[in-house]
Design a protein around this ligand. Structure first.
Ligand SMILES: *Cc1c(COP(=O)(O)O)cnc(C)c1O
Length: 379
């Protein structure tokens, strides 16, 4: 038996009966752009996030971009964000003409370390963009405290955090705006690209809704230079159905995480994820850490277990940012993690037997003498 890294077919089978007639209805009514289903989903998603407004857009990247634009963040501005994140977070900042300023991670959580934020602030800093990485909320209290004291906006990158809670509250309503991605593999995923901006400020929601639709509030009258970044009616229809299952699917991920952590305790030098007090982690990813990462990945691949590194090259060492002047050593925790982390199979509906199989293969690896068997590429 092999275990895939992610299995979306289980989800699709679970919603098939409910989703097919709804998709068929959209195919019949042909309201493909900003049909009523988009507003229906926005209302449901805002309620899910316990916040006032949600505006559907074309992707998670666009959600961050449009949130920044709606808050008038652009050229000349600096935005504090996590060094340890998917590159989209930084690219969104760059794409509005602002400068991403990275802050290293907290070794325990892999999230931005709030203790390192203040030393990176300058008179140009306009916002803090924390990421709820792997499904665990960033430590929002100190971030909000710094932002309030220094008059900065907070924008959450919640692309990996749908449904997560920090001190009882869902992510998505902590700052001026939040961005979610519905990339198919995310905890809530569309059947294609999609995203949403959430906010408690109706003025921000109105601005995002205008920007996503060519800067237009009334057809063919353009108040500003907007973009085409609308959430498709078809995707909204599918997302509404899936949203009804999200709490159940997140619970399935949390159960799987508990199985992993229990079975991997004391195995080799494996470090299992740490969840902060007062936080409800939704385990978009289950990330372990080991000094023998590359050899272990090779071993698991040979046994048909799908594993991925999130992410192998930190943003500050990517070619895309070569002109930014960052160098090796700038973000030591992020760099050290990049050499040791790997994400194990994790998806809603993963069976206990599948987790058992992955853990048995990991134990088998660490039970073998280090000098025996092949070491793979440089483990
Ligand atoms: C997936 C992701 C994004 C980008 O979302 P897309 O829908 O792929 O554009 C942004 N930030 C983080 C942390 C992500 O994981």
């Amino acid at each position: 038996m092999s275990v895939p890294f992610v299995d979306l077919k289980w989800q699709m089978a679970a919603i098939k009966a409910e989703v097919e007639p709804r998709v068929q209805a959209v195919l019949s009514n042909c309201n493909f752009i900003l049909g009523a289903e988009v507003a229906e989903f926005e209302k449901a998603f805002a309620a899910f996030c316990e916040c006032r407004c949600a505006v559907g857009v074309a992707s998670g990247l666009d959600a961050i971009k449009l949130a920044l634009r709606a808050l008038d963040i652009g050229p000349g501005d600096e935005v504090i964000t996590a060094a340890n994140t998917f590159i989209a977070t930084a690219l969104a900042v760059s794409s509005v003409g602002a400068t991403p300023v990275l802050v290293d991670m907290d070794r325990r959580t892999f999230n931005i370390d709030p203790r390192l934020i203040e030393e990176r602030l300058t008179p140009r800093t306009r916002a803090i963009l924390p990421v709820h990485l792997y499904g665990q909320p960033a430590d929002m209290d100190p971030i909000i405290e710094i932002a309030a004291r220094r008059r900065l906006r907070v924008i959450e990158d919640a692309a990996q955090g749908h449904g997560a809670r920090y001190r009882g509250r869902r992510v998505g309503g902590f700052g001026a705006a939040a961005a979610f991605s519905f990339y198919p593999g995310k905890n809530l995923g569309a059947c294609g690209d999609a995203g949403v901006v959430t906010t408690n400020d109706p003025a921000v929601a109105d601005r995002v809704a205008t920007l996503r639709n060519y800067g237009s509030r009334v057809k063919y009258y353009h108040d500003e230079r907007g973009e085409n970044s609308r959430l498709d009616t078809l995707q909204a229809t599918i997302l509404t159905v899936k949203l009804g299952r999200l709490d159940e699917w997140n619970a399935s991920r949390r159960r799987a995480a508990a199985w992993y952590s229990e079975r991997l305790r004391g195995v080799g030098d494996v470090v299992t994820p740490e969840t902060m007090n007062g936080v409800e982690h939704v385990f978009h990813l289950y990330v372990i850490r080991t000094k023998r990462r590359d050899a272990l990945m090779q071993h698991l691949a040979e046994r048909g277990v799908g594993c991925i590194i999130h992410y192998p090259v930190p943003i500050h060492l990517q070619k895309a940012y070569a002109d930014r002047g960052w160098k090796k050593g700038d973000y030591p925790e992020t760099e050290s993690a990049a050499g040791e982390i790997m994400s194990l199979p994790m998806f809603a509906g993963i069976a206990e037997a599948q987790v058992d199989e992955v853990c048995a293969a990991i134990r088998e690896f660490f039970d073998r003498p280090v000098t025996g068997g092949p070491r793979g590429h440089g483990g």
